[in-house]
Design a binder for this molecule. Structure first.
Ligand code: NOJ
Length: 976
């Protein structure tokens, strides 16, 4: 049945007037032709009494392949019977279903390489499964318990993934699938012909019928052709030489009330609605990497990076879709009912390549996604320390004096950063010789304290023939081309007239790597000899930001390698730049050492190449608060190594705000203070008391916790679990926690924090969603949760960071203040055994040299600590985990060569535990000994609440001084 009743209805979507977004530089959906078309399609479908997708599977073409492993068929659209689409569904060995659809035999080709950049390898197909072909649908049932099924309904086409017979993910259930086929432009008739005149009064139905005769596809595609062949925005015209090729698809999550992911947007972790009843936002979420000046703290506009991964969650199930498209994509979210979520994805170009991740737990989804796109890279250990940045430290003397001031105040710091003004007229690699006459010596002075420098290298190349980077790229022919496909695209950025390297061109790869060599390479080739292997790299502006381009970026009709237009690859572009820089920095030494590269633009897979940050935030409380949510969202989409500019990029935060921002910063994986060129200096040593001492303590706290962060990074690099874990990840069944995005756990450590992001706060509440004891990290006050969930109140004055230790955790820290993290290498450990209500605890500690790749050969120390009751005694023991852990690895982490007495372990064999504190022991012990020794250890007892009591209050503390046990060895302490 054709939905007649919607004929003639065309909803022109209003510009989002509620938005206070200042810059008019960016399109709203209604200013973007393909989004307007996609949303109008959905409006017509919503208003239609009945709506049936025109797409259907031709059952005569179904092929379930000889080994039965994949399903393929021809899909037809009843509107364009002459056009064919190929549909393919592959079930992977881990249960993920991949749905691909592309036009077959069309006039032109769609971009089909987005997945090849995002995936670590071609996924392994499950060959043990069998499709059954029925009259109306085809079905496959699989999974260890045969609980998952995928059903392809033929007419209309509908693909659903079910668990135990319940639908979890449905594609095209609302009939919004539309792959605009390639077509030839039909020139508009020169005369304005009126439709035939109608005699007499026509009924509505007759009117509608007449319109059908004029345009029989109007019910689906709208009555008029809308921006198919050309589009203007502000003063720019996009030529769209291939014509329309957008892709619209609805993806529903029945029985999943919340969705998370699709970073990066400044909004809540649980994505607010953009469609349906009273939507929070009136525009869809957009994924189009953009340099947004002064972005809003609550908005669906696209920001610097895009990861098309969405988790859908309920108390019984978590599933996800990974919709691999590299072009501009808009996503509507509608909370269709209290139980379910409907989404609608509209992309400008590219094939349909959608992975359905069956979960059913958040942990499963993380594993499934990491298996596709890889886990976060194991960072250089120093990069977890504190990074001091500003635009700009203006000279090498300035850098030295900032370092001196940190040292005078005994404030730890690992990295000093140089923004664009270090360079000669924004020609990166080239120093401003007047201000930085001695870059190598300057870096050596920083490195003498075990520190590093990070220097910015942006992707725009100043078009000057005396600039080696531009000259070499130009001679190699690896610069992005304008729409003519000839010559070099020229745009405007910091250096003025610039061009951009096309990193899709393999010929650019080795060249870019060679640019970072610190040794002369001979001939006329440039080498960055005025550099050092202690310099690491910041890749900014790689959306790419082009000041005089449409939406502050490149024209979409620019041409990349292979003839693809920029529109096809826009969101992937920035990832390739940081990927190549990462490889370049690694290749400076032989053997390679771990590079640090910070990127602003990112895509699915960017986690393999380093860290990102949330860009140019404002020094406001709102931005501080939303930054926490954004970092959580990045983490659940694989980008764990993420943080926001501490202090806010724009503005001059007052001291209270700065202190709070440092508290937020130390609780993020990437911890960097940064400030705009127009702001006042705000290095922490410039603060007055008491703020200065507060920040010093905060910095020291971060350093003492580095073993926890490093262990968490190790875990994420092996398992793909995010480092910052929001409530829904740790307590998937706790409905009251689904919307919580201001408190979170750090890795598997058991630490739970809720940094304060508002003014003049004195106390706060934290939700404890389990019947367990939690201890205040600093005061050891014991709080009790409840299996129904309970809010506990914590003091949160300015000097207090809300930080709890979950009962049952063992935390390892290094408490000796040092100037930088590398100076902590041989420092002893303090261990905190936070007993659970059952009187037990466990924890992990991972260590390696932090610099080389020897950990991949098994050079590391990975310990598990266990506190168990045996009779009346509590036994705290240390075990080797190195052999056990790799079995959890997502992929490719080959650690079979692990050897407990490896070189790294030997290098720290004297490192000991200097203090071990047992929190929550029920009664005062009478003896504490190392098993196998008769000697009583030195210990102190402070009476207090025991973990097994049902009380709250000050917990008991057993402090064992210098138990004389080594961190690399097995041992047991017997407490009785
Ligand atoms: C924009 C970046 O987001 C900001 O952090 C940087 O300071 C400026 N570019 C100048 O390089």
């Amino acid at each position: 049945m054709r939905p007649w009743s919607v004929l003639g209805i065309f909803v022109l979507l209003a510009v989002n007037e509620a938005s206070a977004f200042k810059a008019n530089d960016f399109k709203t959906c209604s200013q973007s032709g393909f989004c307007r078309r996609g949303r109008a399609l959905s409006s017509r479908a919503t208003e239609a009494k009945s709506w049936v997708s025109p797409y259907s599977v031709d059952p005569t073409t179904i092929d379930v392949s000889s080994d039965q492993a994949s399903f393929s068929a021809t899909v037809k659209s009843s509107l364009y019977p002459e056009t064919n689409f190929g549909l393919e569904i592959r079930i992977q060995d881990d249960g993920v279903a991949r749905v691909r659809m592309d036009e077959v035999g069309g006039l032109r080709k769609r971009y089909d390489e987005a997945a090849s950049w995002a995936l670590i390898k071609e996924p392994v197909i499950n060959k043990e499964i069998h499709w059954t072909k029925g009259k109306k649908d085809a079905k496959v049932v699989y999974g260890d318990k045969k609980d998952i099924s995928v059903i392809v309904s033929y007419e209309p086409l509908r693909v659903s993934l079910l668990r135990n017979g319940k639908e979890q993910v449905v594609l095209n259930g609302q009939g919004l699938l539309h792959m605009e086929h390639f077509r030839n432009k039909v020139e508009a008739p020169t005369s304005t012909e009126e439709p035939p005149a109608v005699e007499g009064e026509a009924t509505d139905a007759e009117q509608a019928l007449l319109k059908v005769e004029v345009n029989p596809r109007a019910w689906f595609e709208g009555e008029t052709e809308d921006a198919l062949w050309e589009e203007t925005f502000s003063s720019w015209t996009d030529s769209k030489p291939k014509g329309p090729e957008s892709l619209s698809v609805d993806i529903a999550f029945p029985n999943h009330p919340v969705v998370y992911g699709i970073p990066q947007h400044a909004t809540n972790l649980a994505l607010p609605s953009t469609r349906g009843e009273k939507p929070t936002f009136t525009d869809p979420y957009r994924l189009y990497n953009s340099d947004v000046f002064e972005y809003l703290a609550s908005s669906p506009v696209s920001l610097y990076g895009s990861i098309p991964l969405m988790h859908a969650h309920s108390a019984d199930s978590t599933v996800a879709v990974f919709h691999v498209v590299g072009s501009d994509t808009w996503i509507d979210v509608s909370h269709a009912s209290e139980k379910s979520t409907e989404t609608h994805w509209i992309s400008e170009s590219g094939i349909l390549d959608t992975f359905l991740l069956p979960g059913p737990t958040p942990e499963d989804v993380f594993r499934q996604y990491s298996k596709l796109t890889g886990t976060a890279v194991m960072p250089a250990q120093w990069s977890l320390g504190y990074h001091q940045c500003r635009w700009n430290y203006v000279s090498s003397e300035d850098v030295r004096s900032v370092q001196r001031r940190f040292d005078e105040e005994d404030m730890p710091v690992d990295v000093f950063w140089l923004d664009i003004e270090y360079s000669d007229n924004h020609k990166y690699f080239m120093w401003n010789d007047k201000l930085f006459p001695d870059p190598v010596e300057m870096t050596n002075d920083v490195a003498a304290n075990g520190r590093k420098m990070v220097v910015i290298v942006d992707p725009h190349l100043k078009r000057e023939d005396n600039y080696p980077a531009y000259k070499e790229a130009s001679e190699l022919g690896v610069l992005v081309k304008p729409k003519s496909g000839e010559g070099e695209y020229e745009g405007w950025c910091w250096p003025g007239s610039s061009s951009w390297t096309d990193f899709f061109n393999p010929a650019a790869w080795d060249w870019w790597k060679s640019m970072f060599k610190t040794e002369p390479q001979g001939g006329s080739k440039f080498s960055w000899v005025k550099s050092s292997t202690d310099i690491h790299i910041w890749n900014d502006m790689n959306e790419p930001s082009v000041f005089n381009g449409p939406e502050i970026s490149m024209p979409r009709d620019n041409i990349h390698y292979g003839g693809w237009e920029h529109r096809d690859v826009h969101n992937i572009n920035g990832m390739l730049f940081s990927n190549l820089t990462y490889q370049a920095v690694a290749a400076r030494t032989d053997p390679a050492t771990r590079p640090f590269v910070l990127t602003r633009a990112f895509f699915a897979g960017s986690q393999r190449f380093g860290a990102m940050w949330t860009g140019d935030n404002l020094g406001t409380w709102d931005h501080m608060a939303v930054g926490v949510k954004m970092v959580l969202a990045n983490g659940i989409a694989g980008m764990s190594f993420s943080g926001s500019d501490v202090g806010g990029f724009f503005g001059n935060p007052e001291p209270e705000m700065l202190v709070r921002w440092y508290q937020v910063g130390i609780m993020a994986p990437f911890f960097r203070a940064h400030a705009h060129i127009d702001t006042k200096r705000r290095e922490p040593y410039l603060l007055d008391e008491p703020y200065k001492s507060l920040v010093k303590d905060i910095l020291r706290l971060r350093y003492s916790m580095l073993p926890i962060w490093y262990t968490a990074f190790r875990e994420t690099s092996v398992t793909g679990m995010p480092i910052l874990r929001p409530q829904f990840v740790v307590f998937p069944k706790d409905k009251a926690g689904f919307n919580i995005d201001d408190q979170y756990y750090i890795g598997s450590s058991g630490l739970l924090t809720k940094p304060i992001t508002a003014k003049e706060v004195k106390e706060t509440t934290i939700r404890l969603a389990e019947d367990q004891i939690y201890y205040d990290y600093f005061s050891h006050h014991a709080y009790r949760g409840s299996s129904k969930g309970k809010e506990v109140t914590l003091q949160a004055e300015l000097h207090q960071l809300p930080l709890l230790v979950r009962g049952g955790s063992i935390i390892s820290t290094r408490e000796r203040p040092r100037r930088s993290s590398s100076l902590m290498k041989n420092d002893p450990f303090t261990m905190r055994v936070a007993l659970s209500k059952a009187g037990t605890a466990k924890g992990e500690l991972y260590l390696d040299d932090g610099v080389t790749y020897n950990h991949e050969k098994g050079d590391f120390v990975w310990r598990q600590f266990n506190a168990e009751k045996k009779g009346k005694a509590l036994r705290v023991s240390s075990l080797d985990l190195g052999k056990v852990k790799p079995s959890e690895a997502v992929d490719g982490v080959a650690l079979s060569t692990y050897n407990p007495s490896n070189e790294y372990a030997k290098s720290i064999e004297d490192v000991r535990v200097e203090k071990l504190v047992v929190v929550g022991l029920g009664t005062k012990p009478s003896s504490v000994k190392v098993e196998g020794s008769e000697k009583e250890l030195q210990w102190e007892w402070t009476a207090g609440v025991g973990a097994g009591d049902r009380k709250e209050g000050q917990a008991s503390l057993l402090t064992i001084k210098d138990p004389k046990v080594l961190i690399t060895k097995d041992w047991t302490l017997v407490i009785q």
